[in-house]
Write a protein that binds this ligand. Structure first.
Ligand code: 5GP
Ligand code: ZN
Length: 108
């Protein structure tokens, strides 16, 4: 937990953000500025700055994030039509919130 981290605050229930899904290592909520009809963020409960900071012990978290993306796409009815998954990594990669999260966008 990083006190200044917005996603740590959300994960800890300190905001009104509604979780669409929760698992051992992650929560899922809607992006506040959606880039598509469906735009979800799959966010690790553990504060990890970015993909660059993953450690061997974080493998289970990464696997859970990908499996949650698949499940969320199914639940939102966009599995067949298709969707994009992406991690922005550091400033040059467009990362703004430095807490690991996978974007799921689709439903066009
Ligand atoms: P990044 O560019 O770091 O990969 O993406 C961060 C994403 O988080 C952005 O798409 C932004 O709209 C979203 N975001 C930032 N702050 C909040 C917030 O407080 N609540 C929600 N739901 N989304 C947020
Ligand atoms: Zn954090």
């Amino acid at each position: 937990m990083e006190l200044s981290c917005q996603f740590c605050r959300i994960v800890n229930g300190e905001t009104s953000t509604k979780f669409l899904h929760e698992d051992n290592n992650l929560v899922v909520f809607k992006d506040i500025h959606p880039q598509a009809p469906v735009h979800l963020l799959i966010v690790s409960k553990k504060h990890i700055r970015s993909i660059n900071d993953l450690e061997d012990d974080d493998r289970e978290i990464v696997a859970e994030i990908i499996m949650a993306a698949k499940l969320m796409a199914q639940r939102h009815g966009i599995s067949k039509s298709g969707y994009r998954l992406f991690f922005n990594v550091e400033r040059g990669g467009g990362q703004v919130i430095f807490h690991l999260h996978l974007h799921l966008i689709g439903g066009w």
